[in-house]
Design a protein around this ligand. Structure first.
Ligand code: DGL
Length: 264
């Protein structure tokens, strides 16, 4: 039996739309309630305890209001903290987004990978644990980018993206050691796939950029009821911004290309 309730997808801003577009591809029948917590952006700069309480309360409140069949925390910075608290509060599956360390470690030929994420995510025990578990033999460079998520917001807000600032933010990802070079960069923030063309242009050499969004969409599909025959959407999409507005439908970016090699 398919379920006509929507899926609640949450991020600090537009970043989670990179996950939402993969959900749409995997399950076009699902309605989504997308929350951009722009009043609290950027999550990357928040203190851990405060961010945890804030996101758990926000998402639990929205879940009461919108009765979703599942919740997707489409944000690495929040997912590294809030999943246990949310799972304790909600009766529906909660799917998180965490840096794709495992596929990067499995696919690297040079043994040098980088995790490009917010300053919050690169400091988390959760991230250290992923590295310890999945990349013990790999040289991992953690890069906490302070302005990249805001540059992605600029791009989708149709404001110019400063190329020098972007190049400076990604430069520490590119390492050379004993004739070997970084060959995989994990996009550890859901905002970054929207800057993939700019990052490719600014990169000193070619790398594979790894986006976990397709894997998150598959995970969601695995934990909810399958699409019923001729499944009709129970409700339409909603786009909520915590700074104020509510819109029917989701923004245009579903047509923007997803990064190659992102099929984790
Ligand atoms: N999109 C969020 C993530 O995946 C972070 C952006 C922010 O700092 O708010 O980590």
């Amino acid at each position: 039996m398919s379920d006509s309730r929507p899926v609640l997808v949450a991020d600090s801003g537009i970043g989670g739309l990179s996950v939402a577009r993969e959900i749409r591809k995997a399950r076009p029948d699902l309605a989504m309630v997308y929350v951009a917590d722009d009043a609290a952006f950027p999550y990357g700069n928040w203190r851990e305890g405060e961010l945890t309480d804030h996101v758990v309360d926000l998402v639990a409140g929205l879940a009461r209001e919108h009765d979703p069949q599942a919740v997707v925390i489409a944000c690495n910075t929040a997912s590294t903290l809030v999943l246990p608290g949310l799972r304790a509060r909600l009766q529906v599956p909660v799917v998180g987004t965490v840096p794709a360390v495992k596929p990067a470690a499995e696919r690297t030929a040079s043994g040098l990978i980088s995790i490009l994420a917010t300053p919050g995510t690169v400091k988390r025990d959760y991230t250290f644990e992923l590295i310890h578990q999945f990349a013990p033999e790999v040289a991992v460079t953690l890069v906490g980018a302070t302005r990249l998520a805001a540059l992605a917001e600029d791009k989708l807000g149709q404001r110019p993206v400063d190329p020098d600032l972007l190049a400076a933010e990604i430069a520490p990802c590119f390492k050379e050691k004993n004739g070997r070079r970084t060959d995989k960069i994990v996009l550890g923030c859901t905002h970054y796939p929207f800057l993939i063309e700019e990052m490719r242009q600014a990169a000193p050499w070619e790398v594979e950029w790894i986006d976990p969004a397709p894997a998150i969409a598959r995970r969601l599909a695995a934990v909810i009821a399958p699409a019923g025959e001729g499944a009709a959407r129970g409700r339409g999409d909603l786009y909520l911004r915590t700074s104020g507005s509510v819109a029917e439908g989701l923004p245009f970016i579903f047509d923007a290309p997803a990064p190659d090699g992102g099929s984790v």
